[in-house]
Design a protein around this ligand. Structure first.
Ligand SMILES: O=P(O)(O)OC[C@H]1O[C@H](OP(=O)(O)OP(=O)(O)O)[C@H](O)[C@@H]1O
Ligand code: HPA
Length: 184
């Protein structure tokens, strides 16, 4: 945990990677790609809490076709900047997944453990298809086997980022843009 004063310093010293306007334009593009693939599938959109909440909200207003929405919460970082290999499930969706076309929406695909486990779970539930949409796809060599994203708004360099749902030690999910922590 850090104090709010430390959090304010982290933002003041951070590098702005993408402004809110840039994020908005990239979400427009991703929404168009999702529409082209899923508009006739009546998908079930699952927000991956907590980080996925902001991108899911912005994305949903750009999807002008019939869909349903639910959420799940699976976490492995729990406020830290490096993750455990064990995913903790805090909430599973109420909506039945069997036979549904699932669109998972999360803030970031980093090493991939989280979304890989969530995709496996969706398939175990009998989903007809599983598509993954992330705001940010971090570029590095540590990605686990067996996970790929179908849609991504932004590719990012290998730095610890925050904003637009992504946290730094639980702060600054509310930052309106994408920032990289100084020195990380
Ligand atoms: O690709 P990975 O290396 O697995 O990391 C990506 C995941 O990590 C973050 O979740 P976190 O565990 O921090 O949970 P939170 O969203 O509740 O903070 C983020 O929201 C992704 O779900
Ligand atoms: O770079 C990151 N920032 C915030 N949350 C994350 N979860 C995985 N990687 C990150």
């Amino acid at each position: 945990m850090i104090t709010s004063e430390e959090a304010a310093r982290v933002l003041a010293e951070a590098d702005l990677l993408h402004s809110a306007e840039e994020v908005s334009a990239m979400l427009d593009t991703m929404a168009a790609e999702i529409t082209a693939k899923l508009a006739d599938k009546s998908p079930l959109v699952l927000c991956v809490m907590t980080g996925g909440v902001i991108v899911t909200g912005h994305l949903l207003t750009r999807l002008g076709f019939p869909l349903e929405q639910d959420y799940l919460h699976a976490t492995r970082y729990r406020g830290a900047t490096s993750g455990s290999k064990t995913i903790t499930w805090l909430h599973k969706p109420e909506t039945a997944l069997a036979g549904r076309h699932i669109l998972l929406v999360d803030d970031i695909l980093d090493e991939g453990y989280t979304l890989r486990e969530i995709c496996h779970w969706c398939r175990d539930q009998g989903a007809a298809s599983v598509n993954v949409a992330v705001l940010a796809d971090k570029q590095h060599e540590r990605r686990v086997e067996g996970i790929h994203r179908d849609f991504s708004a932004i590719e990012l360099a290998d730095r610890y980022v925050f904003g637009f749902g992504m946290d730094y030690k639980e702060y600054w999910r509310n930052a309106n843009g994408i920032y990289a922590v100084k020195g990380l």
